[in-house]
Design a binder for this molecule. Structure first.
Ligand code: ADP
Ligand code: ADP
Length: 237
């Protein structure tokens, strides 16, 4: 059950050859960790999967990336639609300066996922539940998202990503800005999300990769140097 397949992907920032040649297949209902030293291209490759690199002027992507067999770099694909189907969560929680409700409702409104207010309410509740934050915010949905704690903000951002019914969830060091308790909560949530999504998480922490992922991809100097089952990778000498 391959969800994402990348073939011969290269990325250039001007003359900087940041991704040299990456071919990989990423499964559905699996957490795949991207690990490796700073600057080896983990975030760059992650940003290929939702075409976030398109927003970086000097960045050029070569090669072929498919989600459910569909080439996401095909000219027919609208990157805005694509990003609804490939949710992204960043290192620093970045809720919109809007209410908790509107943070989650924003995407479904733009993409026309609800026919009326009752349906939108339902999507918001379901997404906040999936983000493991419903109980903490259900009595203050009109309060600003930015007023939550860091860990709550990150779970709100995960709920916001889920609200547009993505096929894939990308997370770029989602716990690096969080304290240990908030990190444990987000890691537990990631394990839950695995049951419904293909989750890709960039982390600089081998411990975190070992805790949350089933597959691990090791990057080094812009290449994928090892890819396999996390349990095997971390027990090899
Ligand atoms: P990481 O945490 O992935 O190692 P950095 O802290 O190095 O990333 O970079 C933070 C942000 O700056 C990222 O969005 C990255 O894409 C961007 N960035 C990294 N290197 C450069 C560069 N040479 N020029 C412009 N932006 C960069
Ligand atoms: P990692 O996520 O593994 O830390 P990055 O993907 O951030 O690595 O960086 C890989 C290479 O691409 C680095 O040489 C970095 O400087 C460069 N780079 C990353 N983001 C940008 C950017 N926005 N503009 C220019 N160069 C970048």
């Amino acid at each position: 059950n391959v969800k994402i397949s990348a073939k011969d992907v290269q990325v250039f920032y001007g003359d900087n050859h940041a991704i040299k040649d990456v071919t990989v297949e990423i499964e559905d209902k699996t957490v795949t960790a991207f690990i490796g030293p700073s600057g080896c291209g983990k975030s760059t490759f992650l940003r290929c999967i939702n075409r976030m690199n398109d927003t970086i002027e000097v960045c050029r992507v070569v090669g072929d990336i498919r989600i459910d067999g569909e080439n996401i770099y095909d000219p027919k694909i609208d990157p805005v639609q694509l990003r609804a189907k490939v949710g992204m969560v960043f290192q620093k929680p970045n809720p919109f300066p809007k209410s908790i409700y509107d943070n989650v409702a924003y995407g479904p409104r733009i993409h026309g996922l609800a026919r009326n207010k009752a349906e939108l309410d339902e999507i918001v509740e379901r997404s906040l539940r999936s983000g493991a934050i419903w109980d903490e915010v259900k009595d203050r949905l009109q309060a600003p998202g930015t007023g939550l704690s860091g860990g709550q903000q990150q779970r709100l951002c995960i709920a916001r990503a889920i609200a547009t019914e993505p096929k894939v969830l990308l997370m770029d060091e989602p716990c690096s800005a969080l304290d240990p308790i908030a990190t444990a909560q987000v890691e537990e949530l990631i394990d839950e999300l695995r049951k419904s999504y293909s989750v890709v998480i960039v982390t600089h922490s081998m411990q975190q990769a070992a805790r949350v992922s089933q597959k691990t991809a090791f990057f080094h100097l812009g290449s994928l140097v090892e890819f396999g089952e996390t349990s095997k990778i971390f027990t090899n000498p």
